[in-house]
Design a protein around this ligand. Structure first.
Ligand SMILES: [Zn+2]
Ligand SMILES: [Zn+2]
Length: 129
């Protein structure tokens, strides 16, 4: 399939047991919502020092923010309807773009890793609170 940003074709690859499409140019990712949930739930990586801090700093001010309307409008590769920005899990601070007909979700470069870190960190906080 073609990259939603129009870079070229995307590469189908396996990531943590889920089939995802990755663009080698913009590093955007397209995958099923259920696969994204599985990936986030299975997040058990040891991230390099600084990466966790970076991810949390990147998302902390986006908690209550809706999707940025000025961002380029992306189209679902299956039904060509416009994708909608959604704050993942309501308050993760990571804005993912989703097809309202549930064909899949789009993540910009680095957002898949950010999501895993942020969600895991929050679970950790809850467990130790
Ligand atoms: Zn691309
Ligand atoms: Zn669609």
């Amino acid at each position: 399939m073609k990259c939603l940003n129009g870079c070229g074709s995307m590469e189908n690859t396996l990531y943590k047991g889920a089939e995802i499409d990755v663009c080698s140019s913009c590093l955007g990712v397209w995958l099923d919502e259920t696969e994204l949930a599985d990936i986030v739930a299975a997040a058990d990586d040891r991230w390099p020092p600084g990466v966790v801090e970076w991810a949390l700093a990147r998302t902390e001010h986006r908690v209550a923010e809706p999707a940025n309307e000025s961002e380029q409008q992306l189209e679902c590769p299956s039904c060509a309807s416009a994708l909608h920005g959604v704050n993942y899990q309501g308050d993760s601070g990571v804005i993912i773009k989703t097809c309202l007909r549930r064909h899949g979700v789009w993540l910009d470069r680095g957002e898949l890793a950010t999501l895993q870190i942020v969600v895991r960190h929050r679970h950790f906080e809850l467990e130790t609170a």
